[in-house]
Every structure is written in C-alpha cells, then in structure tokens.
Design a binder for this molecule. Structure first.
Ligand code: PDD
Length: 284
C-alpha cells in the first residue's frame, strides 16, 4: 500500500505532503482532529467521527471548508488510491495559514488535511496484551470534550507512563474522580455494575465508549455513566480502556497493583468479542 495524504485537495505521498509554515495548527495548536480505524479497506464508524469533527470545529469556531458528504467521498477515494486494507485515517482541520497572531485571521481559509497509514491487522483476541496503567492528576483544560490538537498534557502523562513501564496513564481530577486515559476512555466493573465517567467537558466522548455502552445495554449488563474514584478503580473486579486504535483493551495492573479479577475478565472479554462482531458486520 501507499501512505497517502490529501491536503486541501492535493493528493501526494505522506513523505512529500506539505503544509505552510504559518499553518495555525503548526504555530498555535489552533485546530481539531479525528482518528478513524480502517478495517478491510473500510473506515469504521466514519460518520460518527465526522459528526464529532463537526462538533469540535463548531466549538472552536472553525468552518469546515467542504461538506461532510464530500469528506466521505475524499476518504473513500484516498483509501482506494492508497490500497489500504488495515490502517487508520487521520483528519485535521486548522484555522488556516496566516501571519502569527493570537487573533483569528481575517479571510484565511481553514486547512483540511487527511492521511492514511497502514497498521498491522488486529491480533487474535487471545493475543491482546492486558495493559499496565499508572494514575496521574488530570492537568488538562476544562474543554476536554473538544478533540483539539493541543495534546501536550496528554503527551507528558503518556510519556511518564511509558517511563514507568506502563501503556497508559489514567487521569483523575479533584476528589480523586477518574476522568479518562491520555488517549482512551476508562471502564470499571464494581459491585456488579459497569461504570464510566459521564459525558461532560472533562472527557472526550469516545466513539468506542459509546459503542461499548450500547453493547452493554443490548446484552442487559448493568451499566451507568457515573463518576468513580481512584479508590473504586483499585477495588474494581474488571478494568478496561477503549479507543479507536486499542478497541477494548483489558487492564491488568494499576499503579503496580494487580486488578482483583482476571484480565480480561468475563465482561471485558465479551465486549472485545462483540466489538469484533460489530467490526465484522460493518466492514467485512
Ligand atoms: N484518541 N479520550 C481521549 C483523550 C482520546 O484521545 C481518545 C482517542 C479517546 C477515545 O476516543 P475514540 O474511542 O473515539 O477513539 C478518549 C485517539 C485514538 C488518538 O488521539 O489517537
């Protein structure tokens, strides 16, 4: 396959794709983005990702320069041209290119960038490695529902996790309330009920999170979008994290302590299976 990019209508190899030095995403982090998984040459839940891109753009007052329907066509064309079977699609929208200034530029056209990169096909569920996590204070701003390219607090926390030998940092705010991971949403099973942080300005409302909540309800497994604390996290019988690229990933250890049940536990494993079934039904 070829790793191809589409920048404001021009298609090229990623290695040759260029944006302006004065792109406001580059200079100021003034933009929003999406990541969508490609399975069997098809983007999974693309319309949900584009709906969230639209919401993020509205929240920071950027007009998407093309219609959502057109983006769908651009994506289909890019996947076809790149011959991508397993991979991911990255979409970024910035306020445009203009002389550096904190004020919104007058007359600049937003820059829309898309690219496709290949990924290894998914491992069999038995081969999915349970993650080790650490907990860290959530030092991000109060608009985490917007998927902006300003990821510095996420990067610093993720790096700390990696240096501690962990795959993800689970973040908490005052009162020890767990919000989410640096790049994932967090679920626990405690007292027979699955819980995850409610949708609010403190988390990114994950597309995978919503799919998992819907599956839980379909399976009549007790669940609620309800705050939980670090103490609950340490006392949960199952913990898992969800994201587009990680799907449903069991958590085995938190801050060096083993999660009480097995990893993956029975509910987590069922969700891993059901998500794969949904992928199969949608993309194959
Ligand atoms: N991250 N929370 C945060 C902070 C995220 O960055 C992500 C996704 C999620 C999960 O959202 P979804 O299920 O829609 O992927 C939750 C993407 C994959 C990334 O930045 O690479």
């Amino acid at each position: 396959m070829r790793n191809l990019a589409w920048i404001n209508g021009t298609v090229s190899d990623i290695s040759e794709a260029k944006v302006s030095l004065e792109d406001r995403g580059h200079l100021l982090g003034d933009g929003v983005y999406e990541v969508t998984r490609i399975y069997n040459s098809r983007p999974f839940y693309l319309s949900a990702h584009l709906e969230r891109l639209h919401k993020s753009a509205v929240a920071i007052r950027i007009d998407i320069p093309v219609r959502i329907g057109e983006i769908e066509e651009i994506v289909a064309d890019l996947i076809k041209k790149s011959d991508c079977i397993d991979g991911y699609l990255y979409i970024q929208l910035t306020r445009g290119s203009a002389q550096r200034n904190h004020l919104f530029p007058v007359g600049a056209t937003p820059n829309l960038t898309l690219y496709v990169r290949g990924l290894d096909p998914l491992p069999a569920l038995e081969a999915v490695k349970p993650a080790e996590c650490i907990t860290l204070p959530d030092e991000r701003w109060l608009n985490c529902h917007i998927k902006t390219v300003n990821l510095l607090p996420n990067l610093l926390a993720r790096q700390k996790a990696a240096e501690a030998g962990a795959q993800e940092a689970i973040l908490y705010r005052s009162g020890d309330v767990v919000t989410e991971g640096t790049r994932s949403n967090v679920f626990i099973l405690i007292d027979g009920k699955v819980r995850t942080h409610p949708e609010s300005n403190l988390i990114l409302s994950g597309i995978t999170r919503r799919i998992v909540l819907d599956i839980l309800t379909e399976l009549a497994i007790s669940n609620s979008e309800e705050n939980f604390t670090r103490h609950d996290l340490q006392n949960a019988s199952e913990v898992w994290i969800t994201s587009t690229t990680m799907e449903v990933n069991p958590v085995a250890k938190i801050d060096g302590n083993r999660v009480k049940g097995t990893a993956p536990g029975p509910i987590c494993y069922r969700l891993m299976e059901e998500l794969r079934n949904k992928i199969a039904a949608t993309c194959f």
